[in-house]
Design a protein around this ligand. Structure first.
Ligand SMILES: *Cc1c(COP(=O)(O)O)cnc(C)c1O
Length: 382
């Protein structure tokens, strides 16, 4: 028998999903029902999400990545097309552009919001540009008024990577309830989980039908026995077990996000005028109108006197019983992207933020005292 050291028992992870007993019982019911893959639970989940987004059609998928890729396919993006996005994101965003045969074009981020810099975006548009893929990093929306104005001016589709932005708002309107196509992820780290999964908000019934075809081998069924395949689809459907988890989470989403907001506010209060901030550690933009506080990320002033390296910083946090993580290394510096001609110096803000960013613990079951403990451990390193 092994003994768990005390420090491990108290370890504060950087995130952890909150799943209630009602949901767990609901999952057991689905498992006993005899129908465990895509079926009635998915229909209920799609309907509940659609209701949240003002009645717009919503289709579920087995990951946020699949959701994004199908969004591009429904928009008709393919070989020869350029799609503009940010290099400060999870690599899924640009991988799916390559997966549909299109070319990712990166534009650096605005260091204040850490989202795509809209002052630079228009200069990246060429005659081959077909779509914009903004990412609402850490749940802070990109300026939707400006972005959609640019899209309209140039006749471009928009597939929002809102993987992190469920429940976030732009000027009082919820992300997903307006705009072109909006893609969410329900990975366990996100503000709402279905274990794995995602959902796409579409414009009309025709797009929804096309999304359904791409989701399952391109199949259209008619009558009791009819079947045809007229496009190449894949295998991206969500199981009913997963949909039941998502359904169980949805009534709690607003409470989850409210709790995250309180914790984020406490982070700002505790960091204020502390050693880390005085040493040049950057806090996120304090946006309490729009963000869903998916993450709380600080940026270390790497290379400046008195600043630890990021591995040293993260290791010291770990030794204090605190989990941290990195979201994200700049996508354009990965080998696959270097092979496509990207390299150092192309997106300086992304490179600086990517080198120094650290995600601190932020999840619904965290206590106020946990925040205080995290901030004390950060300040102690400066
Ligand atoms: C999580 C995430 C994805 C992908 O979602 P999965 O469900 O993990 O496939 C895409 N983009 C961003 C910005 C994400 O955070």
């Amino acid at each position: 028998m092994t003994q768990t050291p005390a420090v491990q028992a108290e370890f504060l992870p950087f995130t952890r999903p909150e799943i209630d007993e009602e949901t767990i019982a609901g999952v057991a019911e689905v498992l006993r029902s005899g129908w465990i893959t895509t079926g009635p639970q998915n229909q209920r989940f799609e309907a509940a999400l659609s209701e949240r987004f003002g009645g717009r059609p919503v289709r579920t998928f087995n990951s946020g990545t699949a959701t994004l890729e199908i969004g591009l396919r429904v928009a008709g993006i393919g070989p020869g097309d350029e799609v503009i996005t940010t290099p400060l994101t999870w690599v899924a965003t640009s991988n799916v552009i390559i997966a549909v045969g299109a070319t990712p074009i990166f534009v650096d981020v605005d260091p204040k919001t850490r989202n795509i810099d809209l002052d630079l975006l228009e200069a990246a548009i060429t005659p081959r540009t077909r779509a914009l893929m903004p990412v609402h990093l850490a749940g802070l929306p990109t300026d939707m008024d400006r972005l959609y104005a640019i899209a309209e001016r140039h006749g471009l589709r928009v597939v929002e990577d809102a993987a992190q932005a469920l429940g976030a708002r732009w000027n009082g309107r919820e992300i997903g309830s307006f705009g072109d196509m909006i893609s969410f992820s329900f990975h366990p780290n996100k503000n709402l989980t279905s274990i794995e999964g995602g959902a796409l908000v579409l414009n009309n019934a025709e797009e929804a039908r096309l999304a359904e075809k791409y989701r399952l081998q391109g199949v259209t069924r008619t009558g009791i026995d009819g079947m045809d395949v007229d496009v190449l689809g894949g295998k991206f459907n969500l199981t009913d077990v997963a949909a039941r988890v998502g359904l169980g989470q949805l009534p709690h989403l607003d409470r989850f996000n409210a709790r995250r907001r309180v914790l984020a506010q406490r982070y700002f209060d505790r960091f204020k005028d502390g050693a880390a901030v005085r040493a040049g550690v950057a806090l996120p933009l304090a946006d309490f109108d729009n963000s869903n506080w998916h993450m709380f990320q600080i940026v270390l002033p790497i290379g400046e006197a008195g600043c630890p390296t990021r591995p040293d910083f993260m290791m010291a946090m770990k030794e204090s019983g605190i989990g941290t993580s990195v979201h994200y290394p700049p996508v354009h510096l990965f080998t696959l992207y270097r092979q496509r001609g990207f390299g150092e110096g192309m997106f300086p803000h992304t490179e600086r933020i990517g080198a120094g960013t650290v995600s601190l613990p932020l999840f619904t079951a965290m206590t106020d005292a946990d925040v205080d403990r995290v901030v004390a451990a950060v300040d102690a390193q400066f």
